[in-house]
Design a protein around this ligand. Structure first.
Ligand code: RTP
Ligand code: MG
Length: 141
C-alpha cells in the first residue's frame, strides 16, 4: 500500500455546526494524520480557482457561493491509501445516498451543503495541496 496525502476541506456548513473536532476524530481513528491545517475565509476568486474543473457545470455558481458563505477548515491528511480512505469516510456526494456512519450521512444537509471535500486522486491531491499550502507548511510525521 502507498503512503499518500490528500486535501480535505471541512465546508462552511460543518464549520458552522461546530463539528471540526468530531470530523478530525474520524480521520485519526481511521489512521489518517493531520499534517497541515488552516481555517480560512475563501475569496470568490480562490473558490472559483479551486473548483475550476467544474466551471461549466450548472451548479458552479451555487457551489462557489456556498464555499464562500463562511470560513472553511482546510487540512492535509497523510496515511496509507489516504485519498480513497478519506473518500470512504466522507460518503457519497449526495448525503441522501451516503452510507450510514459516513461524515456526509451524519453532518450534511444537501448535495450543496455537503460538509466536506476530498481530493479524488493522488494527482489532483498534489495540485489541491499546493493550491492552499506552501511545502514548508506540510509536515512529515
Ligand atoms: P468534493 O469535490 O466537494 O469533494 O465533492 P465530490 O467529489 O463528491 O463531488 P464533485 O462532483 O467533485 O462536485 C463538487 C461539489 O459540487 C456540488 N455538486 N452539486 N447539484 C449537483 O448536481 C451537484 N453536483 C455536485 C457538491 O457540493 C460537490 O461536493
Ligand atoms: Mg470532487
Amino acid at each position: 500500500m502507498a503512503l499518500e496525502r490528500t486535501l480535505s476541506i471541512i465546508k462552511p456548513d460543518a464549520v458552522a455546526k461546530n463539528v471540526i473536532g468530531e470530523i478530525y476524530a474520524r480521520f485519526e481513528k481511521a489512521g489518517l494524520k493531520v499534517v497541515a491545517a488552516k481555517q480560512k475565509q475563501l475569496s470568490r476568486a480562490e473558490a472559483e480557482g479551486f473548483y475550476a474543473v467544474h466551471k461549466e457545470r450548472p451548479f458552479f455558481k451555487a457551489l462557489v457561493d456556498f464555499m464562500i458563505s463562511g470560513p472553511v477548515m482546510i487540512q492535509v491528511l497523510q496515511g496509507e491509501n489516504a485519498v480513497l480512505k478519506h473518500r470512504d469516510l466522507m460518503g457519497a456526494t449526495n448525503p441522501k445516498e451516503a452510507a450510514p456512519g459516513t461524515i456526509r450521512a451524519d453532518f450534511a444537509d444537501s448535495i450543496d451543503a455537503n460538509a466536506v471535500h476530498g481530493s479524488d486522486a493522488a494527482e489532483t491531491a498534489a495540485v489541491e495541496i499546493a493550491y492552499f499550502f506552501a511545502s514548508t507548511e506540510v509536515h512529515s510525521r
